[in-house]
Design a protein around this ligand. Structure first.
Ligand SMILES: Cc1cc2nc3c(=O)[nH]c(=O)nc-3n(C[C@H](O)[C@H](O)[C@H](O)COP(=O)(O)O)c2cc1C
Length: 191
């Protein structure tokens, strides 16, 4: 028996995506986003409340970086999702995190996140019905060597990436690998 859960913005897993932008005065802002993801080979979609400082910063600078939260950074990552930079312009400082300017886009790279996409704005949609949406063009992905295996590939034993559970509001660390994508299903091609 399946039980009706009604209409909720819930599809497990959702990302714990950390968007970093520059404020007008050049200080760093950071927010937590679960409603977004890859939408083309070189693009990522952000679904944001237009009132967020992040949204204003993206409009101003036409750029952002987006990182994956980790087990090690989860308290700070949650915190920046609880407090708006509109109310506390120093919220990034309170995390104790540090950042440096991307050489490719006008946005900060947070040192504490090991995987970061550097993005420039491709499109902004501000629609009465559909809300505020940013399509970012990925110009580069930065991966910290600390999460790579000896072959130079991302190693999830080292990269403790976290995902969001919208049903119980939990954060979960990525677990064991169950199969190889674009491969395990091939056995059924022969049927
Ligand atoms: C787990 C989690 C997921 C969130 N997902 C989103 C989201 O997808 N879109 C959004 O606009 N806000 C989302 N928020 C809320 C923002 O992170 C929050 O309002 C933040 O304070 C905005 O920061 P800013 O105003 O400094 O940009 C989320 C917060 C949390 C804790």
């Amino acid at each position: 028996m399946k039980k009706d859960f009604g209409i909720k913005p819930a599809f497990f897993p959702q990302p714990v995506a950390m968007i970093a932008t520059y404020n007008k005065d050049g200080s760093v802002n950071l927010m937590n986003m679960a409603w977004g993801g890859i939408c083309d080979n070189d693009k990522i979609a952000l679904n944001l409340d237009e009132d967020h400082l992040t949204s204003q910063n993206i409009k101003d600078r036409k750029a952002f970086t987006i990182s994956v939260a980790t087990k090690e950074t989860i308290a700070e990552s949650d915190y920046v999702g609880l407090v708006s930079g509109v109310k506390d312009p120093h919220k990034f400082e309170k995390t104790g995190f540090t950042a440096y300017k991307s050489t490719r886009v006008d946005a900060p790279i947070v040192n504490e996140y090991p995987l970061t996409l550097e993005c420039e704005v491709y499109r902004i949609q501000s629609d009465k019905d559909l809300g505020f949406r940013v399509i970012g063009k990925i110009v580069n992905i930065l991966v910290d060597e600390s999460i790579l295996d000896e072959k130079g590939k991302v190693d999830y034993n080292k990269f403790h990436a976290v995902m969001f559970d919208p049903f119980n509001f939990g954060y979960y660390q990525v677990g064991e690998k169950v199969a190889q994508a674009f491969n395990v299903g091939a056995t059924l091609l022969k049927k």
